[in-house]
Write a protein that binds this ligand. Structure first.
Ligand SMILES: Cc1cc2nc3c(=O)[nH]c(=O)nc-3n(C[C@H](O)[C@H](O)[C@H](O)COP(=O)(O)OP(=O)(O)OC[C@H]3O[C@@H](n4cnc5c(N)ncnc54)[C@H](O)[C@@H]3O)c2cc1C
Length: 484
């Protein structure tokens, strides 16, 4: 017989969420419908349990293709699927749209944003990660990260608006600045974004503008480390960089960002001017991990046991990006979709084994390799000892991504879109949307910043013309920015 629900939310003064629990079978609550949570829920579909999956979004997002939405290659519906439509056919699985803000490990319940509580017999935490600005959340204003659909649409909006603003800008120096893009972080996402942006500018937009000259866009990829694609074989990573450079992307290693403002990126005392800055430099676990009084690693991830449970709480599991699972070499497993998917299935089987009174099995990760695409017919693939690049790697990348996409319709649509783009160099999802569209973004990018305005004012007072992009000259030498 299963363990009865141990917590009575009413006793705690919190409203229980009803009527989702029949109380007839152990209740498994899964927080997050991403790669980990969705696989756990699917693996429990025939198990003698009642499952409630909670997600603050009503869709499962295929994050590996998020950059394609940001770069106008795919539309949102091609990489996001309503969770309800994925799990709707399993009678023992309920889906709730809500955010979990806390977990009461002693009373075995999760607390929702509205103050309601949901009791569990088993809990699977699969809330994933969010963008990490390394102590500088204020940078997010000028440098959006790429973690969800809103981020992707915001980046797409800024990139397309930059070309629009350049088209109507008579001053060549200002145009140059508008068409300078800085991408921070040369991991797989930064590499893929830089390659896709180079293609967007050089091939897709080049013929649609008269004055902006998108093909002259400057794309700067900044990386604090001394190489790109950390975690990949160094030779393969170098090959990816070479391919990017052939596409016109400028790469700077050892570039530690000190500050980001509306003029661009400060590396030490040097200002790298950019009209659009994109942040792909890191992620950290969702806030929920912080709320739990359990052991965390350096990055704030929940340290888990070999069966992915939390020490001292065998009924609670943490999987995917929110968890720190040490592999046989003692190193934490990387934040990759296959890790989350395999862990999701593993904890589901262990929950069933626990209910049946059997011993749990430790989680073992089957490494499926790593890959990153640099652009059309260019990619790098690392599969155990096998390494390859170029067209074969790109075709492998296409096959794997289409295979793992959720839903036959999405696979078909994505394949059709890619085939069309491959043949025509066109991208369909080039819409500028969002309520902030008319909120003066082109103005913000065209107008001088406060510092530059001051320089112009002082020069005017002295009767001296200051060479600057705003009066037709070269920009003034960068002033050291006051320590942020
Ligand atoms: C741009 C990008 C590109 C990537 N490319 C690759 C790639 O090419 N290959 C690869 O293997 N991996 C890639 N990854 C990493 C991969 O996407 C993650 O490792 C994987 O998504 C982790 O799965 P998860 O289930 O832990 O979290 P996620 O898939 O992020 O799912 C977490 C879910 O939890 C929900 N959630 C969060 N907090 C709460 C809360 N408090 N209450 C309710 N719901 C909540 C979220 O809405 C989300 O649906 C990429 C990631 C990004 C951001």
């Amino acid at each position: 017989m299963h363990a009865r629900m141990t917590a009575s939310p009413r006793e705690s003064g919190l409203d229980p969420v009803a009527p989702y629990l029949s109380g007839m079978a152990p209740h498994v609550v899964i927080v997050g419908g991403g790669f980990g949570g969705l696989n756990a829920a699917k693996a429990l579909r025939y198990a003698p349990v009642e499952v409630t999956l909670l997600d603050r979004n009503n869709y499962h997002l295929f994050q590996p293709l998020l950059y394609q939405v940001a770069m106008s290659g795919l539309s949102t519906t091609e990489i996001a699927t309503p969770i309800r439509s994925i799990l709707g056919r399993y009678p023992n699985v309920s889906v709730l749209l809500d955010e979990v803000v806390d977990v009461d490990l002693d009373d075995r319940r999760v607390v929702l944003r509205g103050g309601e509580a949901l009791a569990y017999d088993y809990l699977v935490l699969a809330a994933g990660a969010k963008t990490n600005y390394f102590g500088h959340p204020e940078w997010s204003r000028n440098a959006p990260g790429l973690k969800d659909l809103d981020d992707a649409l915001e980046i797409r909006r800024r990139v397309l608006l930059a070309f629009e603003a350049a088209e109507r800008e008579p001053n060549a120096a200002v145009r140059r600045r508008l068409l300078s893009f800085a991408i921070i972080g040369a991991g797989p996402t930064g590499i893929e974004m830089a390659g896709a942006l180079a293609e967007l500018a050089r091939f897709v937009l080049a013929r649609d503008f008269r004055r902006a000259r998108p093909e002259e866009a400057r794309i700067l990829l900044l990386e604090a480390a001394d190489r790109c694609l950390l975690g990949f074989d160094p030779q393969l990573a170098a090959q990816a960089c070479r391919q990017l450079e052939q596409m016109g992307v400028q790469i700077r290693f050892g570039a530690k960002v000190r500050h980001i403002d509306e003029r661009g990126v400060w590396v030490g005392d040097e200002l790298l001017e950019a009209g659009t800055v994109i942040w792909t430099a890191g992620v950290k676990p969702q806030n929920l991990a912080e709320r739990l009084d359990v052991e965390k690693d350096r990055k704030g991830r929940i340290v888990v046991e070999p069966d992915c449970s939390i020490p001292g709480h065998p009924e609670v599991f943490a999987i995917g990006d929110i968890a720190c699972f040490r592999g046989p070499d003692g190193e934490p497993l990387p934040g990759l979709a296959p890790v989350a998917m395999q862990q999701g299935r593993s904890v589901a089987y262990n929950i069933v084994r626990s209910i049946q009174g059997e011993r749990r099995l430790p989680f073992r990760y089957r490494d499926r390799g790593m890959m990153a695409t640099v652009g059309r017919s260019r990619a790098v693939v690392q599969l155990r000892r096998l390494r390859f690049d170029g067209l074969p790697a790109w075709l492998t990348w296409v096959a794997v991504h289409v295979f793992y996409l959720i839903g036959f319709r999405n696979r078909l649509l994505v394949l059709a879109d890619w085939f069309y783009s491959y043949l025509t160099y066109r991208r369909g999802a080039r819409l500028i949307t969002g309520r902030r569209l008319q909120a003066g973004v082109p103005r913000r990018m065209i107008e001088p910043s406060e510092v530059e305005r001051d320089a112009l004012r002082r020069a005017e007072e002295k009767g001296e013309p200051v060479p600057s992009p705003w009066n037709g000259g070269e920009p003034p030498p960068p002033e050291p920015y006051p320590a942020p």
